[in-house]
Design a protein around this ligand. Structure first.
Ligand code: ASP
Length: 321
């Protein structure tokens, strides 16, 4: 008995010594969507900034799947040692209501690191669409219903949620084409293969500014400072399609406290980093203040978003198996 207690104590000391030294090698940040999309963009900015305080490289790895449901499962099943973490968005709050067979539980399978930023979305279309404003666009898509298609990143993606709200607000459904991220969806939109989509400004800003796509509105109550000429959907009379996409960082459940503290500390440095804040605001995103970049704030926000979206999704009757 004495021996067992001593052995357990020795094991504990060894584990905590390893945890104290963390990180001694690079950290993997899994992204649930394809490279070149908005989640990937946010991940790369955060990974680069977190590398400095951690003293090790944070490597971004894309694990794309429709709806972004595979990366959380992979992180859930990773060793809880701080070397594999997850960046994800609002999908952590919407997928539990959308999937009957989800293989992770956002409220049980993770330790929380903190909130990162909030990003509005934009309704954009390929440049061949002749409409000059939202009203003309609505008339165009309704009268060309058989030819029009909507691109998204699969059920559970932000682009799916926004499309669902938009179609319900205008009471019209369109053919939906799912991708493993809106990066590839954007390529097809630019190529004219799909008609329109709703995507985060972290991805659409440069295409809008470059005149490569048509833009019909922002899904926020106020205009976005970096896109001052783009009206909100609300100011053009369309209510019910507003949505703000938030990002958070997660670790597998059971990550030792000293490791988690270091990740939280690095995220704190990131949200205070002026270069990060500027990069995000240039892309229409708002960086959360340090008091939101904490495990408690992410957990509380996730829970409130699940409570907010679950009844709306159940009412819409949308499911993926
Ligand atoms: N913005 C995408 C979404 O619809 C995901 C991505 O490609 O980052 O959730």
């Amino acid at each position: 008995m004495v021996f067992r207690t001593a052995a357990l104590a020795a094991a504990f000391v060894a584990t905590s010594a390893v945890a104290q030294q963390y990180p001694t090698k690079s950290v993997l940040m899994l992204v649930p969507y394809a490279a070149g999309g908005p989640t990937d963009t946010v991940a790369r900015v955060v990974a680069q900034s977190m590398s400095k305080p951690l003293g090790q490289t944070v490597v971004v790895e894309n694990k794309p799947s429709a709806g972004g449901i595979l990366a959380p499962e992979q992180v859930k099943n990773s060793k809880p040692d701080g070397y594999t973490i997850l960046i994800h968005h609002i999908g952590m709050a919407t997928t539990p209501a959308l999937y009957r067979q989800l293989r992770f539980d956002p409220l049980k399978d993770f330790d929380y690191i903190g909130l990162i930023n909030e990003v509005p979305m934009t309704i954009i279309a390929n440049e061949k669409v002749p409409a000059k404003n939202l009203q003309e666009f609505l008339a165009y898509i309704k009268s060309n219903k058989d030819k029009v298609s909507y691109a998204n990143a699969g059920i559970g993606a932000a682009s799916h949620l926004c499309g669902m709200l938009f179609m319900s607000a205008i009471q019209t459904d369109f053919l939906t084409v799912p991708y493993k991220g809106t990066g590839p969806a954007m390529n097809d939109l630019l190529g004219g293969q799909v008609t329109f989509m709703c995507d985060q400004t972290t991805s659409t800003t440069s295409q809008i500014k470059g005149g490569k796509v048509k833009v019909y509105g922002v899904t926020a109550p106020q205009r976005v400072a970096s896109l001052p000429d783009v009206p909100t959907l609300q100011e053009q009379g369309l209510k019910g399609a507003d949505v703000a996409i938030w990002h958070g960082l997660y670790a597998p459940k059971g990550t030792p406290k000293p490791v988690l503290d270091k990740l939280v500390g690095a995220l704190q440095e990131t949200v205070k980093d002026e270069a990060v804040k500027k990069r995000f605001s240039d892309l229409g995103a708002t960086t959360y203040p340090p008091e939101k970049a904490t495990p408690a704030a992410l957990q509380a926000h996730l829970k409130s978003e699940i409570d907010k979206w679950t009844p709306l999704i159940k009412k819409a009757g949308v499911y993926a198996d």
